[in-house]
Ligand binder design. Structure first.
Ligand code: GTP
Ligand code: MG
Length: 202
């Protein structure tokens, strides 16, 4: 997919204040610091579109970006930021869960997972929660540049084996690196195909 335009539109903490739209929407979620904002910038080829930081907990709101005036990318706050206060964490979890469960235009949730680690309980629990609530999702592995190709492939295979213990069918998965700009075309093609299949249904 060619990115013709990518614009920041609005940030807020409440699903009812998100843009009124019938266009498809893809939300990026995952542990704090996994690389959600960086991947949004890499996909759109727009440095600084989403705010990134080496300090976890940078994104605290639901951030809407409109791409090609045709579909939305949403940058969500990360979960599992250990040093965040309990009250603040509860507030973030409430923001995220209400957005995911109530957002009508949400086409799919993209769960970002750091490719360097074994399946982490917090990600697995979140994925199970999506499944229980019937929310469509894919998995995008991030930071592939930090591993050799062989190590990355081994970790993805291990992740698949792990998911197969509970899931009959595996979700769509992509391996990406925002730093090396790899895998981004694959993600964009998947979004393009998904948008096209939604259009043909309407
Ligand atoms: P929160 O908003 O705090 O939840 O974080 P986030 O998931 O949006 O992560 P962000 O994109 O801000 O990136 C966190 C850190 O990881 C930054 O220091 C990035 O430069 C780094 N990073 C992100 N993606 C990659 C990648 O593909 N490769 C490498 N090497 N570093 C990355
Ligand atoms: Mg962020």
């Amino acid at each position: 997919m060619k990115i013709k335009s990518a614009r920041y539109v609005i940030s807020n903490a409440f699903v009812e204040k998100c843009p009124q739209t019938s266009l498809p929407e893809y939300a990026f979620i995952g542990r704090s610091n996994v690389g959600k904002s960086s991947l949004i910038n890499a996909l759109t080829n727009t440095k600084g579109l989403a705010k990134t930081s080496s300090t976890p907990g940078k994104t605290t709101l639901i951030n809407h970006f409109i791409i090609n005036d045709e579909w939305w990318l949403v940058d969500l706050p990360g979960y599992g930021y250990a040093t965040m206060g309990k009250k603040e964490r509860t507030k973030l979890e409430y923001t995220i869960s209400r957005y995911i469960l109530e957002r009508q235009s949400l086409t799919a949730v993209c769960v970002l997972v750091d490719i360097r680690h074994k399946p982490q309980r917090i990600d697995v629990e979140f994925i199970e929660w999506l499944g229980e609530n019937g929310v469509p999702f894919i998995i995008i592995f991030t930071k592939a540049d930090k591993l050799s190709g062989g190590e990355a492939a081994r970790n993805v295979a291990a992740y698949k084996r792990f998911l197969k213990e509970t899931w009959e069918e595996l979700p769509t998965m992509f391996v990406t690196s925002s730093a090396a700009r790899t895998g981004t075309e694959d993600v964009l093609s998947w979004i393009e195909d998904t948008n096209a299949s939604l259009n043909s249904q309407n």
